[in-house]
Design a protein around this ligand. Structure first.
Ligand SMILES: Cc1cc2nc3c(=O)[nH]c(=O)nc-3n(C[C@H](O)[C@H](O)[C@H](O)COP(=O)(O)O)c2cc1C
Length: 216
């Protein structure tokens, strides 16, 4: 038995839209935020390496600066919460060790028994040819977290705007990420739609199902 009715799921898929105008007076309740943010924390990633940090920008002054670095898109300052998705630029042994230690601790496994897991990840992502494009790999992992966040938010009737229309190097500078090993890839504004946002009632534009869902 599904936990959520198909009809409700479909309704919420259509309820969500890229919110262009947030109500600046509506704040996500702490209890709701604490659940929503778990979608980022619990997002799956390749090898479970979680090559990311999600920065929730609460400082008003920083939000103003980020607004200037986002072609002045109002959701950056008006939405209840603003999350910057950053990815780990390079995969390295220290990060993989950190994951090995966490696995050992949580599942009570001897580090020695995780050596194979470490070796496979090292060979693939740190030493192997994929290391040359590992930044793209890490960015893709961030988008999985983003998708999960957007979907869950829609089920909670929390509005979102996924944003690539940002000046990522400027974001890095404003957030003090230079030399941190992490870089901005995208952002998400979230909160509640303003009644003035005309996009809320605009019809969805998508290619026909048969053009994009192919059964073989
Ligand atoms: C990764 C990503 C980045 C986006 N960046 C922006 C953005 O910077 N500004 C904006 O107004 N919309 C942005 N959008 C919203 C898309 O234009 C929107 O999702 C698309 O037109 C489909 O409309 P809908 O989400 O309302 O169904 C972005 C969407 C995604 C998924």
């Amino acid at each position: 038995m599904a936990r959520v009715d198909n009809e409700i799921l479909f309704q919420q898929m259509n309820w969500r839209y890229a919110c262009k105008k947030f109500d600046p007076n509506k704040v996500i309740r702490e209890a709701d935020w604490n659940i929503l943010v778990e979608t980022l924390h619990l997002a799956p990633s390749s090898y479970n390496l979680q090559p990311w940090k999600f920065i929730v920008v609460q400082n008003t002054e920083l939000r103003k600066q980020l607004f200037d670095a986002s072609w002045k898109q109002s959701p950056v300052t008006d939405a209840s919460h603003f999350v910057v998705l950053t990815y780990k630029e390079k995969m390295d042994e220290a990060h993989i060790d950190r994951h090995v230690q966490q696995t050992s601790k949580i599942r009570n496994i001897e580090i020695a028994n995780l050596a194979k897991m470490k070796e496979v990840a090292m060979r693939d992502l740190v030493i192997g040819p994929r290391s040359a494009t590992i930044d793209f790999w890490a960015q893709r992992q961030c988008y999985i977290a983003m998708g999960s966040f957007l979907t869950t938010a829609s089920l909670m009737e929390i509005d979102t705007l996924p944003m690539e229309g940002i000046n990522a190097p400027e974001f890095d500078r404003i957030l003090g990420l230079e030399n941190s090993g992490y870089k901005t890839v995208a952002a998400i504004a979230c909160g509640y739609r303003s009644p003035e946002d005309k996009y809320a009632t605009a019809k969805k534009i998508r290619f026909d199902t048969a053009d994009v869902i192919v059964y073989k």
